[in-house]
Write a protein that binds this ligand. Sequence first.
Ligand SMILES: [Zn+2]
Length: 389
Amino acid sequence: MTLLDRGALPESIHMGEQQAVLKLYRQRRHITEAVAALEPYGVSSLVRERLVTILDEHDGRELYRFNPRLMATHLQLPEREMLGILVMGLKEGIFTLNWEIQCPICQSIDFRPKHLHDLQTLHTCPVCHSIHTTDADEQVRITFSLDERLRKLEPNTDDPDFRARMDRRYGVVSGHRMLTLQTFRDLFPRETLPPSESLQIRRVAILFTDLTGSTALYSRRGDARAFDLVRQHFNLLFQLVDENNGVVVKTIGDAVMGAFTNPADALQAAIAMHRKLAILNQDLALPPEDHLILKVGIDVGPCICVTLNDRPDYFGITVNTAARVQATSTGNAIAITDALVNDRSVADTLRDCTWQRRDLLLKGLDAPVMVHYIFPNAIDNSAQRVEPT
Ligand SMILES: [Zn+2]
């Protein structure tokens, strides 16, 4: 690449070679220009430079239907950050996104879906013709390809054995992970499932929050001032959901519904919400009666993902339980279900918490639910304890 670095072509090289070098030079320039479009998104110059080198020089097999985790390894980035950059690149025409479905019967991969819109409740395998429900965790996986306008990849880059090796080494990124990526939601709000279709979600952590005493806050402070506080609380919560690998599904009044593929992330987000909101209360020098205090509830389990009001949404008993459990929480506590407490991913986090539990019959649910009220140690919850029954 030294010829290219100098930016000039020596006159002595053969005509054919000169054209080949020129082609490479143009390719490098196109890739550099395309990647520069990531700057306004806050992608650092170091990452952009490395990305240009990878896209220009790496083996084409690493750039066709590639596993995002392989790219994350090359760029030494956490998965969430890598997925965010790839989605920004998708927006800027650097990459294309592939929704692939692996058949649970014959394991072959259906490469036909190009958009979320191409996924359906039932999937028919093009190889063995078996019909199965489309499971966004286990069967749908996402890969990216370098846009062919930037670099024409050699025919041998379509190498299923190479991709299978990479998938075994790094593990695949599920379609569900993409649905819980805030950057994807923000940049592609119109990417949704067809209205009548749903995806099966094997496991998702659903988090609900609500503000305690917001009605009183509005009457004391007046609508404009109260809403200003509520807005600041929203900004904080949105940021913490995103930072903890989750997505804001929607807001309902002062309430926020979030979804996380990893239950530990949901619990971490909830703890951070309480801590950061306590700091915000101090920073705003609010009198105690106007403190923004959260009620949070989390459940983990299966559900379905559908499109409602033009955006992806979740439905099912896990969603209902999370909402009901949240409603039983008093301020500063995190109400969680047995399913979350028993999830191995949260064991370390729970070790630092104190908690109480209650067996409750919740509205709309048939059987009693064991609800655990978590009090992260750094939160001053002396005035907000739940009375054990
Ligand atoms: Zn099959």
